[in-house]
Design a protein around this ligand. Structure first.
Ligand code: AMP
Length: 467
């Protein structure tokens, strides 16, 4: 069969790499792809937001399955447009994609379905939002309702900062119409985790757990980015906690949508904050600060080789956001670990027969270290020649997934902020990390930067568990 993948980042390289391994696939296309993807698939010069162009291409080439990487085409109704022409697509339709495209929609659904999420208010009037912030106090999080390329969330330490954020988003319209409505949310402290599942609107089939690193610099400092690294599995997400996430969050979400006549098909991704149980947010008032206590002593392992118990009873979950597609970079270690045929799983989602599917995973942990351009996530230069990739062509421990790369005169050059995702597996998380960082040392370009502490959280937990 012929498969078209839409997008051109590390996530899409990992998806193309995995799809190429399916015995059922004869040809893979990617629009627009990148230089690394170009080694595996035929690149199509169409952008992800060109829904009519992509649909025409899929019809002309008789594409059997289209896989959508990023959220934008989903929110533009790509799945609806393709389905109307009898084309098979993996991903949620426009209505279902509102779960990511509108934070107000997602928060309202969570409130109605009893899904745990930080306290919040939704506002279309900046004056009302300002009054609310004065009432509830800081710290507080101000979020543009619509898609803002991951930049629409402002964490405000003071009421003054929150008032400024409201002005910038709603009055100066920093994110355009995405900020015509905002959500103002209680600030939570805890540990973040990503939880991804396949769903056909009836069954929820979780992927292996993963955690990513959003901040630009070591020690979780610096600005938020699209993601500087990830690892899988995440020791924080024990099987028992994963089960709670399915019961308390994932199933209520798809059932709530189904009651609204929306069948959610695709990947459902919950961005979670795991917080200490027992925290009851104070009634919000002018003096109240909100927030929660950081995770401390939660992961006290038992001695004597017993199964790790992170104190399930002491943990609570809160959904910070839903995404309607694979996370990037989490997708990279996940695809490296997935043993099942991805195409078969995607077809089962489309045909609503996921109940009969199980996923099989490589037990070895995997990590991804993102190599970024100087200046990222701010402005950066492109066109820098990348040295060292040839030596990793036959790399045994993993794959160097490309994100922002192009070819110039036959050589690889940088073409984006996040440039490469060096993804490796190993017997233990420490081995995977060592392999990934050894590979990183072979790659260079002027200004390349990356975090040196990817996986340390998991490593610490692992070591504590081994005591
Ligand atoms: P979002 O796109 O809503 O997931 O927000 C992006 C990032 O902002 C999250 O991954 C968190 O690091 C942070 N964030 C969002 N909401 C909150 C919150 N209520 N409390 C603390 N941090 C938050």
């Amino acid at each position: 069969m012929k498969v078209l993948v839409i997008g051109g980042g590390g996530r899409e390289h990992a998806l193309v790499w995995k799809i190429c391994q399916s015995a059922r696939v004869s040809r893979v296309y990617c629009a627009p792809g990148n230089a690394g993807i170009g080694e595996l698939a035929e690149l199509v010069p169409l952008t992800p937001d060109d829904v009519p162009g992509l649909r025409r291409f899929a019809e002309q080439e008789r594409i059997d399955l289209t896989v959508v990487g990023p959220e934008l085409p989903l929110s533009l109704g790509l799945v609806d447009a393709f389905a109307a022409h009898g084309l098979r697509v993996f991903g949620p339709n426009r209505q279902a994609a509102q779960l990511e495209a509108s934070k107000a929609f997602a928060k309202a659904l969570m409130r109605q379905e009893g899904i745990p999420t930080p306290h919040f208010g939704t506002f279309s009037d900046p004056d009302e939002a300002q009054r609310y912030v004065s009432e509830v106090g800081a710290p507080v999080v101000v979020k543009a309702d619509g898609l803002a390329a991951g930049k629409g969330v402002v964490i405000c330490a003071t009421v003054k900062e929150a008032r400024e954020a409201i002005d910038e988003i709603m009055r100066a319209r920093l994110f355009g119409e995405a900020g015509d409505r905002i959500v103002v949310e209680e600030f939570l402290e805890g540990e973040e985790a990503s939880f991804l599942a396949f769903t056909d609107g009836h069954t929820v089939l979780p992927l292996a757990s993963a955690q990513d690193y959003k901040r630009a610099f070591d020690g979780d400092r610096g600005p938020n980015t699209g993601g500087m690294g990830a690892y899988s599995p995440a020791p924080l997400i024990t099987p028992a906690l994963a089960d709670r996430i399915v019961q308390e969050i994932m199933l209520p979400a798809i059932k709530g949508l189904s009651q609204r006549k929306i069948t959610y098909k695709g990947i459902l991704y919950a961005g979670l904050m795991v917080v200490q149980r027992g925290f009851h947010p104070p009634a919000r008032g002018p003096q109240s600060k909100g927030g929660s206590t950081p995770l401390q002593g939660v992961h006290s392992p038992k001695k004597g080789g017993e199964t790790l118990d992170f104190g399930l009873e002491t943990l609570d979950l809160r959904v910070l956001e839903f995404n309607v597609r694979f996370g990037d970079p989490e997708c990279q270690p996940l695809m490296l670990r997935l043993k099942s045929d991805l195409v078969e799983v995607m077809e089962a989602v489309i045909d609503e027969r996921l109940a009969g599917v199980t996923l099989s995973w490589d037990a070895r942990p995997a990590v991804c270290v993102v190599l970024a351009a100087e200046g990222y996530p701010g402005s950066y230069e492109t066109g820098k020649p990348i040295a060292g990739l040839e030596s990793l062509h036959a790399w045994q421990d993993g794959v160097v997934f490309h994100a922002g790369t192009a070819r110039a005169n036959g050589a690889f050059v940088t073409k984006g902020g996040r440039v490469l995702g060096v993804t490796a597996s190993g017997a233990e998380i420490g081995d995977a990390l060592a392999a990934a960082y050894r590979a990183v040392e072979q790659i260079s370009w002027p200004g390349m930067h990356y975090r040196r502490d990817i996986g340390q959280r998991a490593l610490t937990r692992r070591v504590m568990g081994d005591e």
